[in-house]
Design a protein around this ligand. Structure first.
Ligand code: SF4
Length: 108
């Protein structure tokens, strides 16, 4: 089996601060961060209750759109981001992938 050497730090792409600076203004920074990520073994109805509480914080967040765009762009698998739950993001991404697939099939 062939192994590739890890990238040296100097060879890694630099972080672009404008890509993440919006996070400094997130409404979740001053609240209960545990609301945004599910604890191990969480079940309904606790999950929905926790997600609704997180979404209420997102609803008054000045960077909701940036956060949502980021989470969808990186396909963030966990937590509430930009007012979207894991399930909501996964449905959006599945729809986007179906759309891409349909376009690809129609264009080819
Ligand atoms: S939209 Fe929600 S998760 Fe994103 S930064 Fe704002 S409060 Fe935090």
């Amino acid at each position: 089996m062939t192994q590739t050497a890890p990238l040296r730090i100097a060879d890694r792409p630099a972080a672009i601060s404008s890509d993440w600076e919006w996070q400094l203004d997130g409404a979740c920074r001053s609240g209960d961060g545990d609301l945004f990520f599910h604890p191990y073994g969480e079940r309904e109805p606790s999950r929905s209750r926790r997600e609704r509480a997180a979404q209420a914080i997102c609803a008054r967040c000045p960077v909701l759109l940036e956060c949502r765009a980021y989470a969808l762009a990186v396909e963030e698998p966990y937590g509430v981001w930009g007012g979207l739950t894991e399930t909501a993001r996964s449905e959006i991404l599945a729809g986007r992938n179906r759309y891409r697939l349909r376009r690809h099939v129609n264009v080819s």
